[in-house]
Design a protein around this ligand. Structure first.
Ligand SMILES: [Zn+2]
Length: 182
């Protein structure tokens, strides 16, 4: 039976001689979440290959590269393939990125968790503060009975002359405010 594993990968080993700059480039792809849809394919309990899509660094809109590692029963990489043009040497950074992903997947999940749920961003904090209207009401607690008049003062006084309109506006604003308060 075929099984596809998408998380909790066991470590893999390899003896690919990457260029010195390739491994950090692969790690950077991993860190920027460019390695996606990682799948380990097993047949009759034996792991056969691991494949993934790697989003291009230069164009996130373009079709991601498909990167694949064939592994043996000792979880050693025995063959690789990648759809990028740099993989004639079979040592491209996408291969390095996928190997790094499989061996460091835990750190990715942890980072994700912290970024998305653990620590709200400055913007989220500000949004919360303003959306709930806490900020202003806490700084300027409404005075009894005079709230409506105070709120409308500036807006309505911008209307010059038309006192009838002013009155209507004042009344409608009063209603609105009363409803909002209740
Ligand atoms: Zn590649």
């Amino acid at each position: 039976m075929d099984i596809i594993i998408k998380t909790g990968f066991e470590k893999i080993i390899h003896d690919i001689q990457f260029q010195p700059e390739t491994v950090p480039k692969g790690t950077a792809l991993f860190n920027s979440h460019h390695v996606i849809n990682v799948e380990e394919h097993r047949k009759s309990g034996q792991s056969l290959w691991i494949e993934a899509q790697v989003i291009r660094q230069t164009s996130v809109q373009a079709t991601p590269y498909t990167t694949k590692l064939d592994i043996d029963t000792a979880r050693k990489v025995v063959d690789v393939s990648c759809t990028c043009v740099y993989n004639q040497s079979r040592k491209c950074k996408h291969i390095a990125a996928l190997i790094y992903y499989v061996n460091h997947e835990e750190s990715l999940s942890k980072t994700d968790y912290e970024q998305q749920w653990g620590k709200p961003s400055q913007r989220q904090l500000l949004q919360q503060k303003y959306c709930k209207g806490k900020y202003f009401s806490e700084m300027f607690p409404p005075k009894k009975n005079s709230t409506v008049i105070q709120c409308n003062k500036v807006e309505v006084s911008e209307l010059e002359g038309s006192s009838a309109l002013k009155l209507i506006l004042l009344e409608s604003e009063k209603d609105k405010d009363n409803k909002a308060i209740r």
